[in-house]
Each structure stands twice: as structure tokens, then as C-alpha cells.
Design a protein around this ligand. Structure first.
Ligand code: ADP
Ligand code: MG
Length: 726
């Protein structure tokens, strides 16, 4: 039988094992199984000892069967088999329901893996993964110093996978016949990489940990190169899509916006504006990610791009992550445009356009009206939340989509909006959460990236301090005193809490409590309603206080934001509804309660709400964490650093990668098994450079059939889905 990477496993391993692997592990071909790497390696000497197991441990043990007994169950139909095993140090029982194994007999040795449970005070495994040691063929496997432990499933144990891989490695004329090395020899020797057969052999059947490391390094290269080539292909395909040019026109909305701006643009805003103006003038759709420090003035950059598109006869949509932010954008744009934003209304300028707000909470009537404005083209600027993505929202001529503050906005959602134009619109994604370089090179690899680093001049800047209740309890009084001083000077304050309060349950979650690190449960986190009451009757008595949180109706939220912006409220006690984008320049102090419950980037975002005007700002991070604890240190770093890029790095380190990339990226669907965005930055960058070099040659991938096959495999594979969903 001639076996290749594409041969179905059912043909090599038999229908039963093959089908189970396909069904339960999504392993279909020889390639799939060879690329199904061990999760870790068990060492003979490192097996858990039975006398120090604890309930809940996930372990592999090596033990001998001392007793086997089967009996009928009383309550249920069938038999229960109890097997006692011992390793000289201790013993435990293995429990099987309706299961018989011919070789599971007294005296047999085996490896058993599972999660330790207890029954009647005795440790036990229920249906453990097992590998009995007997016969000659397995002696060799057994003698190995490192035993691979594979991601397994209910009916396909790690041992079955181990045996199957061994079959493949010896199949046909051996591994070298079977696998074609996708990496060009020249790249391999330049970077000192193992050949693919050697790497596969070492990852599945290593003798030393050095074998594993060298093999993994080589296999990561395959992943990095394939990924970069896929992304490059995507970029090229996007560049070929026909879009609509939206060139600049003098004397229109854009000129009116520029004339109405109450400030001069920063150099960064101007340069970026030129860049966007030029890109919008091309008939190739723009795909750009704008990352700009909190408060760097991204909104006006976006608004100017939107105005250009409206001037060119198209519509622009601005998508915000929360209703509060969408409402604020709509309000701000309307104010800036004045009569030009009210075309069709009595006092409107007929030469202008209409600014329409479309959110999920609109009542049926206004919603119908708003949708009609959008569909019939009267609304040049449409601001909304995810409701904009819904079916039923049609645009007359969508020319530009701006996505605000959404670093997790995936290709899939971008596509949903893009599909709303007859031709793909230009797309601008904006975020203040800087994207670590590796993430920009992978998840966002299909976007061009621009950066706005400079803050408008004349900003007071924010200074931050930690208020450690445990070490410095008196500082909290001082914090409230500072709030009073600012209010006395005509300024305003935010107090942020992790929770709303009063009722408990699912709806009492902060709405964007994203990325908060796990904390030990000392006490429930502080709640907006409780803190507001405590402040009103205590340290902030006499000030005008109000609350803002996700349980209020959109109208209530909007009314309170307006009141706060109009300085009718001194202190706003809020959840993270104020996390992103909220812009009230007169607010100068923020006190974050239970600051340790928020993630690093989240704190940086929150802090971005103050000192958005000419006054200096102050951010106080109140925590019960001890100064010298890990959490205390993390807060101290946030307080000490105002560079969002540095904090993004810290954030990536303190959070699991899966969180950063979104759930879809984690797990085996990722197509990325070994590559780590945290640890392999250099490798990813090198692979990207190699990709560029390959594609720059005249024949491109055509000279590298092996690589082309890997790329094709990823593209047709449903695993590529993660690229859509990240
Ligand atoms: P972000 O980039 O965080 O979204 P915004 O666009 O909300 O920031 O801008 C923050 C504040 O700075 C707003 O009040 C905005 O009006 C103001 N602003 C923007 N650009 C300038 C500028 N060039 N000079 C002065 N203030 C500016
Ligand atoms: Mg913003």
C-alpha cells in the first residue's frame, strides 16, 4: 500500500480506529495524525506516587493490579468492575462500568491516567486511560525515557494514538518516503532546522527533552510560515476586490468639519488624515487598523474620513461597542456638524446630510424610520452598535465602515458589514488597546496598521497612584478629600466599581468585565449602588452624585451621561460602562475601587477617561492587595507607566493567550499547535520576512510545491475558521 500525507486514516489504521479519530479528534488523514503532537511527555521516573495523590489531581500512575472484582449493580442494569492497583507506596481503585478487559488481571502492570476522585474516602479513577504492559512489541515503547501523552478523547486514548503514530512512522517505505518536506532546503539550512521526517520522529518518539525542543522549533516554523503565507494570500485577494473610490471634494462636509473644529489637528492626525484620504480615493478597498493611545484623538480622524466619503456620495457607518459610546459619538458628530448634520429638518442645511443613530434599544417606530433613512440614503452618517450588523439593515451605498474601540472585532464581523455594500466598502478599525506585535502579525495580519502615538498638546496628563488599603488604610480618606478638592475647583470625578449591586445573579456582571485576572474570593467585589450610598452619606456628602450602570435603560444612561457632560453631576459612580471612549474633558479624577479586579488594559482604558482636557488628571487605584504581592506589583506597574504599548505587553503576560485571541483561536482548531504568540515573537517575525522574500520572487510559491500544499491544506481545512473568528 502506498501511503501519502493525504491517505485517509481509515485505510491505514482500519475503519474503526480511523472513524473514531475522525469523529472525536477531527483527525482524518495521515497528515492530521502526524501533526497531532503530544501534549506533554511522561517520564518513567516522574510518574505520580500513589501515596501522594490528592483528589482532583490529573495524573498518570504506574502500578500493578492486585485485585479484580466484578459484580452486578443494584440500582442500575449492568456490572461494575473494581480493580485495585498498587505501586508499593500506596494503592487506589479503578472503577469501570460495563467494561471488560481481557488483560486487566491480577499481576498485570499498566499506566493509568485520569483525574483522581474519591469514593467512601478511598482514592479512585473512574474509567482511566490505560496502557497495559505486556507482550513484546510494547516493551520497546515502555522502555522509553519519555512517553508521549496525546490530546485524547473518550474512545481514542493516548495509547491508541501512540500506537497508531508508530504504525504510520513505520508505514510503507518509512517516514522519509511518506512526508515531503514543505520547507525549502535553503531556508532549512540557513536557520539550522531539522528535516520534517527527523522532526516528526523526534516529537513523537523522543529520547531526550532536547530532541523535543529541536523538533518543536522546526515544527513551529511550518506553522509560522504557513500562517504568514495564508495571510499574505488573503491580503492579496482583498487588494484585488473591486471597491469604489471616494475621492476628496472641496466645499463639502469635510471642509465644514475642518472649519468647525475647535482645535488644530496634531501632526499625527494630519498625516494620518492624508494617508486615509489617499487610500479612500482608490478603488481598492482600504483595510486599515488604527491603533492610537487613549485620548490621542482618533474620533476626529475617523469623522474626517467619513465626511470625505459622504462628500463623494457614499454613506459611512460608525460602529461602537456600547450604546453609551454610540450615543456619545452621534451627539458629538451632530454638535460639530450643526445644521449640516440635520439635512431634511426644518433648521437643517439642505447641502448637508443626516446623522442617524441606530441601536438595539430603539423602539419599533424610530427604528423603522432610522432604517428607512439608511436604506434610502438620507443618512450619510450612521452611528450604531452591533445592531447595525443585523439583517434587515440595508444601506443605499455604504462606502466606509469605521469600527471604534474594538480590538476583538473579527474578520467575520467586518465581512458582515462589508456585505452590506454592493461593493466592498473601505474599512477602518480603531483601537486604543495596542496590539502586541505578534498579534498584529497574525490575527490582524490581513490589515495594514497605522499608529497614532502623539497626544494633543496642552493635555494636563494623568498621574496615577495605588491606594493600598492593607498597607496604607488612611490613604483612602485622602483620596476622597482629593475628589472634594477637584469638585471645589469646578472639576468632576468618576468612581468605578466592578459590580452594580443589590441583586445578585447573572445580570449583575459588569458589562465589559473583560480580561480581569482571576482573584481569590476574599469578599464580594464592591458595588456601584453600595459605594454611591456610602459616599453620599459619608466622605462625599453634599456633592451631586449619581450612578451609571448596565441595568439602567439606554434612555436613562444617555440622560445621565448628558447631565454629567453638562456638569450637573459632580461625581459619577459607575461600572465599566464608562470604560471605553467616554469623553468628558472636565472630569479630572477617577477612583477605581477594587482595582485588582480589572485587567491591565482595562485600567489603562478607564484611566483614559480623565485628563482629556487641559487640566491635569489623577487616577487612584484602590485595592486590598498587599503592596508586595504579585497583584500589588501589577497595579504599581499600571500606575508607573502611561505607555499603552508597554502595558499591552504586560497584559499579554498576565492573561492567557487564548483570552487575547478569543476563544476560537485556542484549542486545536487554531491550526496552530506549537507556536506561542508570547514566546515566539522572533520566530514569527523571521517567518514573516521569509514569506515576503518568497512572494517577492518571480514565481513566488510556485517554486515551493511543498509549502503551497501546506497552505492549501490550511485553507481548505475548517481549522482556518479561527482566522475568521479571532
Ligand atoms: P480617543 O483616541 O481615545 O478616541 P478622542 O477622539 O475621544 O480620543 O479624543 C479625546 C479628546 O481630545 C476629545 O475631547 C477630542 O475632542 C480632543 N481632541 C482630539 N484631537 C485634538 C486636538 N488635535 N487638539 C486638542 N484636542 C483634541
Ligand atoms: Mg475613542
Amino acid at each position: 500500500m502506498s501511503v501519502t500525507m493525504q491517505t485517509p486514516l481509515t485505510r491505514v489504521l482500519g475503519p474503526k480506529t480511523g472513524e473514531r479519530m475522525a469523529e472525536q479528534l477531527e483527525l482524518h488523514t495521515v497528515r492530521d495524525l502526524l501533526r497531532h503532537y503530544p501534549r506533554r511527555y511522561a517520564r518513567r521516573g516522574e510518574m505520580a506516587r500513589l501515596d501522594d495523590l490528592q483528589k482532583g489531581d490529573r495524573v498518570t500512575i504506574l502500578a500493578q493490579v492486585t485485585r479484580v472484582s466484578s459484580r452486578r449493580m443494584k440500582q442500575r442494569h449492568g456490572t461494575i468492575t473494581e480493580v485495585t492497583v498498587g505501586d508499593g507506596a500506596g494503592s487506589m481503585s479503578l472503577v469501570f462500568f460495563n467494561y471488560k478487559h481481557a488483560r486487566l488481571v491480577e499481576g498485570a502492570w499498566g499506566m493509568f491516567a485520569g483525574t483522581v476522585g474519591t469514593y467512601n474516602g478511598k482514592l479512585q479513577f473512574t474509567h482511566p486511560d490505560m496502557h497495559l504492559i505486556s507482550g513484546d512489541t510494547e516493551e520497546d515503547d515502555w522502555a522509553r525515557a519519555l512517553i508521549p501523552i496525546y490530546p485524547a478523547s473518550k474512545d481514542v486514548s493516548s495509547w491508541v494514538i501512540q500506537k497508531s503514530v508508530k504504525t504510520l512512522l513505520g508505514a510503507g517505505g518509512g517516514l522519509a518516503e511518506l512526508v515531503e518536506d514543505p520547507l525549502p532546503e535553503e531556508i532549512r539550512s540557513r536557520h539550522g532546522l531539522l528535516s520534517l521526517p527527523a522532526a516528526l520522529l523526534d516529537i513523537h518518539r523522543p529520547t531526550t527533552t532536547e530532541d523535543v525542543e529541536r523538533a518543536a522549533h522546526r515544527l513551529k516554523w511550518d506553522e509560522a510560515l504557513t500562517l504568514q503565507l495564508t495571510l499574505a494570500a488573503r491580503r492579496r485577494a482583498a487588494a484585488l476586490e473591486p471597491g469604489t473610490a471616494r475621492p476628496r471634494r472641496a466645499g463639502g462636509l469635510l471642509d465644514a468639519v475642518d472649519a468647525a473644529l475647535p482645535f488644530t489637528l496634531t501632526e499625527g492626525q494630519r498625516d494620518l488624515g492624508e494617508e486615509l484620504a489617499a487610500e479612500l480615493s482608490r478603488d481598492q478597498p482600504m483595510h486599515r487598523l488604527l491603533q492610537g493611545e487613549v485620548g490621542s484623538g482618533k474620533t476626529v480622524v475617523a469623522l474626517r474620513a467619513m465626511a470625505q466619503v459622504v462628500d463623494a456620495g457614499g454613506q459611512a457607518a460608525l460602529l461602537a461597542p456600547t450604546e453609551v459610546l454610540a450615543a456619545q459619538h452621534a451627539r458629538g458628530i451632530r454638535e460639530l456638524l450643526g445644521p449640516l448634520g440635520r439635512a431634511g429638518e426644518l433648521d437643517g442645511d439642505p447641502a448637508g446630510t443626516r446623522v442617524t443613530l441606530l441601536t438595539g434599544s430603539l423602539k419599533a417606530g424610530p427604528r423603522r424610520e432610522a432604517r428607512a433613512d439608511v436604506a434610502e440614503g438620507r443618512a450619510g452618517i450612521v452611528v450604531g452598535t452591533h445592531a447595525l450588523l443585523q439583517e434587515g439593515v440595508e444601506f443605499a451605498d455604504l462606502g466606509l465602515v469605521v469600527v471604534d474601540e474594538q480590538h476583538r472585532f473579527g474578520v467575520e464581523q467586518r465581512d458582515a458589514l462589508r456585505a452590506k455594500g454592493s461593493r466592498p466598502p473601505h474599512v477602518l478599525v480603531m483601537t486604543a488597546t495596542p496590539i502586541p506585535r505578534t498579534v498584529a502579525m497574525t490575527v490582524y495580519g490581513d490589515l495594514e496598521v497605522s499608529t497614532l502615538r502623539q497626544l494633543p498638546s496642552g493635555r494636563g496628563g494623568v498621574s496615577s497612584s495605588v491606594v493600598p488599603l492593607h498597607d496604607r488604610p488612611a490613604w483612602l480618606d485622602r483620596a476622597w478629600q482629593r475628589v472634594r478638592e477637584e469638585v471645589a475647583a469646578g472639576r468632576q470625578a468618576y468612581v468605578v466599581c466592578p459590580r452594580i449591586g443589590e441583586t445578585t445573579g447573572a445580570d449583575d456582571e459588569p458589562e465589559d468585565a473583560d480580561g480581569a485576572p482571576p482573584t481569590d474570593d476574599r469578599r464580594p467585589p464592591l458595588a456601584v449602588l453600595d459605594v454611591a450610598e456610602m459616599l453620599a452619606s459619608g466622605p462625599l456628602a453634599g456633592l451631586r452624585l449619581d450612578v451609571l450602570h448596565g441595568r439602567l435603560t439606554p434612555e436613562e444612561k444617555e440622560a445621565r451621561m448628558r447631565a454629567f457632560a453638562a456638569r450637573e453631576i459632580d461625581v459619577l459612580v459607575a461600572t465599566t460602562v464608562v470604560e471605553v471612549g467616554v469623553d468628558v474633558p472636565n472630569a479630572t479624577v477617577m477612583v477605581v475601587m477594587d482595582a485588582d479586579r480589572f485587567g491591565v488594559s482595562q485600567l489603562h482604558q478607564l484611566r483614559g477617561r480623565v485628563a482629556r482636557g487641559k487640566h491635569a488628571g489623577l487616577c487612584l487605584l484602590v485595592t486590598e492587595a498587599k503592596v508586595d504581592s504579585t497583584t500589588g506589583q501589577r497595579l504599581a506597574s499600571v500606575a508607573a507607566t502611561s505607555d499603552g504599548f508597554e502595558l499591552a505587553r504586560l497584559d499579554l503576560e498576565t492573561r492567557r493567550e487564548g483570552d487575547v485571541l478569543g476563544a476560537a483561536q485556542s484549542g486545536r482548531r487554531s491550526g496552530i499547535r506549537l507556536l506561542s504568540l508570547l514566546e515566539d515573537e522572533e520566530l514569527i517575525a523571521t517567518a514573516r520576512a521569509e514569506t515576503t522574500a518568497i512572494l517577492a520572487t518571480e514565481r513566488g510559491l510556485a517554486d515551493h510545491p511543498g509549502l503551497a500544499a501546506e497552505v492549501a491544506a490550511l485553507a481548505t481545512d475548517e481549522r482556518a475558521e479561527w482566522l475568521e473568528k479571532a
